[in-house]
Design a protein around this ligand. Sequence first.
Ligand code: AMP
Length: 219
Amino acid sequence: MKNIILIAPPGAGKGTQANMLEEKLNMLHISIGDLLRNEVNKKTELGKSLEVRMQTGKLVDDEIIFEVLKTYLKNVDLSHGIIFDGFPRNINQAIMLDSLDIKIDSAIYLDVPKSVLESRILGRQTCPKCNTGYNSNFTNMKPKIENICDKCGSELTVRHDDTKEVFEKRYETYINETQPVLEFYKNKKILFNINSLDKEEIFNIIIKIIDNTLPVEGI
Ligand code: AMP
């Protein structure tokens, strides 16, 4: 099976695509953001400091990220392939990933304009129970009953960092620290650029990349 990385600014749909791949291909979806949020929910000392950091829209220190990732990797089945969602987010993390015994087959860049990202982020809602995503800013993505999950009836939640102010900071962090990672994978000739906004179309392109039916292209 293949191991892939999804690289994109906040709100581009990395999590949505990773969830679809996990469901359809049984791949392992590793969202560093979710692992960090789990730690925050446990209200440990580490969790409390993470919460403060994440609320600023800046990256969490690489040492903490490596520790969280390595601990997680020890207890999971990697044999069906991995989708890294939100990692690596800077060059140092990309180098660290190279040092693990995990071969990366493709790095996929989801290219979405900032104005679209902003409306997605500011309307984003998630079901805490079944993880289904909704968006109150898009008619076709609203839940049938306001704030209630269509699938399991739970009350939807909003991420604490999905505010206009934190979005601006996260976007700036993305441009300054994460965008250079694209060059890193372009040089390795495993970078793919997708600039569709349609989630099914993006998913089909990713499947073709995983199946090796698309030629290698840089951006
Ligand atoms: P995400 O859920 O991917 O949008 O991440 C939410 C927040 O978690 C980010 O704004 C960062 O503060 C932190 N975070 C997630 N992944 C990483 C990473 N690979 N390196 C550093 N910080 C991260």
